[in-house]
Ligand binder design. Structure first.
Ligand code: NAP
Length: 491
């Protein structure tokens, strides 16, 4: 296709994307008519202007959700399941359109966006299957002989707050289980990437989701809008994915009305390569764990600990792979590395790399932002990274692999655990006994053992320590939106 035809195709795609607030099954302007711009990180051009929800709009969205609650909760589980199943099919039908939209607003390479939308759709399919498995329990009270009937009821209106790094999947991972449980939701997407969720609303409507069950309110006043909703007594759940810093604030806010909180927060993943590892497999795993989404993932490998005996081979092979990645506009063919989401994200990576190099790290490839248009940063490998480098403690959120060596198992476990985070750890060894022994000593909610990817709708995703509270995906994901009620019965 010629460049001109490609441009026209994208202009058409954007022309059809809704940009207002989705409340009670209708598109609305914001109550004060304010809007904000969405920018393509590859070209730095404004691609859309989106309505910015006010506190009044947030109240209207909670009203709509509350009004829809009883009807949605009363639907038979099978009906909810079939609507979710339809949402899965329609999302897959339109996957290519969604993938392009994700790349336009987030910057990630089209291959990453295609992976994301397929993963996002899977949450609808998985929770279509879980909607019919809301199992309770019945038992006999040991002392009184009364019956203990325990069942799970939908919690009520849920506020969902999502980040920009996976504009589709972080939202469907919440919408799927909430709807399966029988809850209505108000979603506030990230301001950098609101378009994907707005574009999903006609799909949910077509799938049969009734008005008010899913509401989407992008807003430039996130703090005020979310706080208003968390102080509304009708809101019973907040499910947040984002930084630990904002997660802490929301936990404080949620405390006022004792709102049930699920928090998927930051990570600082260690990637451990033992001396008996299959190095080629470890390199493949490292490329996924580090480079999926250009490193802009809470699950991104942040610290590489490589046994000193295999260090040279690992560093050489990783450098070769990283330097072979094509960087450019994520929409272009063959591009594996798009721009980072915004100037702030790119500048943070520049700063972290400069700090490490100043303190003695050696640059094996990359290490310098190209300048010019777009928030690009090249695939970078840093070796001999000193303990004092800030990037060993902070989430890099960019395409930078920081390598250190280790000698002994106990030593690397201690170093891997030496972080406030506990989301995911990766380890490579051919000895599965060692793999399981080490896994059990790592304080992380998820372990990739000879795997560089752990995300799976059927698995409980979530972190220990300051990486979060609660789990998404699997059966556990639906429990976040259910309340257990026990009835003590004599009969
Ligand atoms: P963020 O700055 O914490 O923002 C996340 C969301 O919170 C956005 O919608 C944002 O809105 C909103 N927000 C910001 N300040 C707020 C406030 N005071 N009150 C209420 N809402 C507020 O995170 P991000 O930069 O978008 O995403 C990157 C972070 O997400 C990383 O730390 C990453 O590790 C984490 N993450 C975690 C997981 C996980 O599953 N554990 C998955 C993906 C990402 P605005 O966009 O309008 O500011």
């Amino acid at each position: 296709m010629t460049r001109r035809k490609v441009r026209i195709m994208y202009e058409n795609l954007l022309a059809n994307v809704p940009t207002d607030l989705w409340i009670d099954g209708k598109w609305r302007k914001s109550s004060d008519n304010q809007r904000f711009d969405v920018t393509d990180p590859a070209t730095e051009k404004v691609i859309a202007s989106v309505a910015s929800a006010t506190v009044e709009d947030a109240k209207a969205a909670v009203d709509a959700a509350q009004n829809a609650f009883a009807g949605w909760a009363a639907r038979k589980p099978r009906e909810r399941a079939e609507i979710l199943r339809k949402a899965y099919e329609l999302t897959i039908r339109d996957a290519e359109r969604f993938a392009k939209l994700i790349t336009l607003e987030n910057g990630k390479a089209l291959s990453d966006s295609r992976g994301e939308i397929a993963y996002a759709a899977e949450f609808f399919r998985w929770y279509a299957e879980e909607a019919v498995r809301n199992l309770g329990q019945i038992s006999v009270a040991p002392a009184s002989g009364a019956r203990i009937v325990a069942q799970h009821r939908p919690s009520g209106v849920c506020v969902l707050v999502t980040p920009w790094n996976f504009p589709a999947a972080m939202a469907t991972r919440k919408i799927g289980p909430a709807l399966a449980a029988g809850c209505p939701v108000v979603l506030k997407p990230a301001s950098d990437t609101p378009l994907t969720m707005l574009a999903l609303m006609p799909i949910l409507e077509e799938a049969g989701v009734p008005p008010g069950v899913v509401n989407v309110i992008p807003s430039r006043s996130s703090g005020k809008v979310v706080s208003t909703m968390l102080h509304d007594p009708r809101v019973r759940v907040v499910s947040f994915t984002g930084s630990t810093e904002v997660g802490r604030k929301l936990l404080h806010e949620a405390a006022d009305n004792v709102v049930k909180s699920a928090m998927e927060l930051g990570g600082n993943a260690p990637f451990i390569v033992f001396d008996d590892a299959d190095i080629d497999a470890a390199i493949d795993g490292a490329m996924i764990a580090k480079m999926r989404n250009m490193g802009e993932a809470c699950t991104a490998a942040n610290r590489f600990y490589v046994h000193e005996k295999v260090h040279d081979e690992f560093a050489k092979k990783l450098t070769a792979k990283m330097s072979g990645l094509k960087m450019g506009n994520g929409l272009d063919d063959g591009v594996a590395l798009g721009p980072l989401v915004n100037a702030e994200g790119r500048d943070k990576v520049i700063e972290l790399v400069e700090d490490a190099v100043k303190k003695g790290a050696k640059v094996l490839t990359g290490g310098k932002a190209p300048g010019g248009t777009g928030f690009f940063y090249p695939a970078t490998v840093l070796d001999n990274v000193p303990d004092s480098a800030a990037l060993l403690n902070d989430e890099i959120f960019g395409p930078v692999a920081a390598i250190q060596t280790f000698k002994a198992e106990d030593e690397v476990i201690k170093r891997a655990n030496d972080t406030e985070y506990g989301l995911v750890a990766y380890l490579y060894t051919k000895d599965l006994t060692r793999g399981m022994r080490v896994s059990e000593k790592l304080d992380f909610g998820m372990i990739g053992l000879n795997r560089g990817l752990v995300s799976d709708p059927a698995a409980p995703f979530g972190g220990m320590k300051q990486s979060g509270i609660g789990r998404e995906g699997a059966h556990e994901g639906m429990m976040e939106f259910l309340e257990t009620q026990y009835v003590s019965v004599s009969w």
